[in-house]
Structure formats: structure tokens, C-alpha cells
Ligand binder design. Structure first.
Ligand code: ZN
Length: 271
């Protein structure tokens, strides 16, 4: 429950939409209140109170409070103090597309106001990789998106079976260089008995997805995945996006950016 008195909380902006002539509704992810919507009064007319702007992917401290009309579910956004570099993101289309995708995916999959500090810190971590203190270095490859997709699924309790059969729980025998039965709509990996008609995937791809969904993945591990052959990366993308698609109510708008940029997003140039 959000406070009646203004409270300052760490937040990531996921989306904004116009409200009337002058206001904006800002969809925020917070560690303590989950996903909330707050009205930023005059944000479209006056640049003073939100001098740093209000763009998707921005990390900062948000001052939020329940509306004076307490019947309204909409909170009030009193201010937003950015805590990380963001202004230059439009200059780098890869980073821009990655940020748009991460924000839209989070917004689509996180439905309620359940506090989830772990998911919040993973969201901040992926944004930190995409938008570090300086944008001089090369933009990250798509492995960082695969990691975030899997972590998001894990935190929301939607992660498919990646090691044991989704039906019977037996370990699906799959030595390296073989193929393993996998059906997203049947819960993930399947054993020989339950997956006799299922799609077969490269067992290494599924093993890497399982590792990425775990607690820790370092930058070197992600870079190593980005250097693997296109077929491998395409397989990994198809595993994660095949699962995500089961939970999305509509196609994501940000995927159009990947198509335009041909940068290996969920439906990118590797098709
Ligand atoms: Zn089975």
C-alpha cells in the first residue's frame, strides 16, 4: 500500500502516457510497492519539476503519495530525481531498442503491485549493463536480454522446466551435442516418454538457458554467449521468446525496433 504522505522510493520508469492536456501517467517499477502508476501533474507543460525528463528506462528516486482523493488508485508523482545517466540513450539505437524492450517486457509481464526487491534489482542490473556510466564502449550483445528474460520468468514463477521433464520430473537425458524435447506450451523440457512428438532443441542451448536463469551470471559469461555461432544464439532466443509468448497478451511494440535495426532481438536479423 502506497503512503498518504509523500515517500521517496527507488524506481525505474517503464512507460508513460498522456493524461489530459498537461499531465502524464508514469508507470513505475519499485522494490517496495511493485509496479505502480502515478500522475505527474503538469509534466507535459512545465519542465521544471521533472527537469531530468520522464523516459522509459530511467532509474531514480521517485516521490510518490496517494492522491488527495483517496478513492483513486492512481498515485501522485511529486518528483523524479534521476540517479543514472540516461540523456544520451537516443544516440545509440541498439541501447535504445534494448531499453525499450526490457521496459515493455517488464510492464507486460508484471501485473500487480507485489513488492519484489529481487526483480527490481535485476531490472536495475540489466539497465546498468545496457546504460553504463559512459556510452563510449560498444553496446552489449543480446545475451543480456536472454538473461533478463529468464530472470523475469523465474521471479514471476513462470520459468519452464529446463533440466527435468515438465510432466514427470525425471531428468531428461541429454548429453552434450544431442537434442532434447522441448515444448514451451507443455512446460518446457520433456523426457523421451512425454516428449515423443515434441520439438527437439540443441541440448547445449537448453543447458545454457538453465544456467542463465540461475542466481549469478557475470559479464564474461554473457560475452561468451554473444560470441557463439548465430544458430546457437537463435536457438537460445527461440527458447526464451517461445516461453514469453505464452504469457504475453499482445505482440510487443519494441520488437519492431529490433526488426528495423537488425540487431538480434527476439525477432531480429537472425530469423
Ligand atoms: Zn516425463
Amino acid at each position: 500500500m502506497a503512503p498518504a504522505q509523500p515517500e521517496t522510493v527507488p524506481a525505474v520508469i517503464l512507460r508513460t502516457r498522456p493524461l489530459g492536456d498537461a499531465d502524464l501517467v508514469v508507470v513505475l517499477m519499485t522494490p517496495t510497492h511493485g509496479k505502480v502508476e502515478a500522475a505527474a501533474r503538469n509534466a507535459r507543460k512545465s519542465r521544471k519539476r521533472f527537469a531530468g525528463g520522464l523516459s522509459p528506462g530511467m532509474r531514480g528516486n521517485a516521490s510518490i503519495a496517494r492522491s488527495a482523493r483517496s478513492t483513486s488508485a492512481l498515485l501522485r508523482l511529486g518528483g523524479f530525481e534521476p540517479t543514472a545517466l540516461h540523456a544520451d540513450v537516443g544516440r545509440d539505437l541498439t541501447r535504445f531498442a534494448f531499453v525499450a524492450y526490457v521496459c515493455e517486457l517488464t510492464d507486460e509481464l508484471v501485473l500487480g503491485q507485489q513488492p519484489d526487491p529481487k526483480l527490481f534489482s535485476e531490472l536495475c542490473a540489466v539497465l546498468e549493463i545496457i546504460l553504463p556510466g559512459t556510452l563510449d564502449a560498444r553496446a552489449p550483445g543480446p545475451a543480456v536480454l536472454r538473461r533478463y528474460e529468464l530472470v523475469l520468468l523465474r521471479e514471476l514463477g513462470l520459468l519452464p522446466a529446463l533440466r527435468q521433464c515438465a510432466v514427470c520430473g525425471r531428468t531428461a537425458r541429454a548429453p552434450v551435442d544431442t537434442r532434447v524435447a522441448f515444448e514451451a506450451r507443455h512446460g518446457g523440457v520433456l523426457c523421451a516418454e512425454h516428449g515423443s512428438r515434441a520439438t527437439r532443441l540443441d541440448a547445449t542451448v537448453v543447458a545454457v538457458a538453465a544456467a542463465l536463469s540461475g542466481e549469478h551470471t557475470d559479464a564474461a559469461g554473457l560475452a561468451e554467449i554473444d560470441q557463439r555461432p548465430p544458430g546457437f544464439r537463435r536457438g537460445l532466443r527461440d527458447v526464451t521468446y517461445g516461453v514469453l509468448r505464452q504469457h504475453l497478451r499482445r505482440p510487443l511494440r519494441s520488437l519492431a525496433l529490433f526488426r528495423q535495426l537488425a540487431i538480434g532481438g527476439p525477432r531480429g536479423s537472425e530469423d
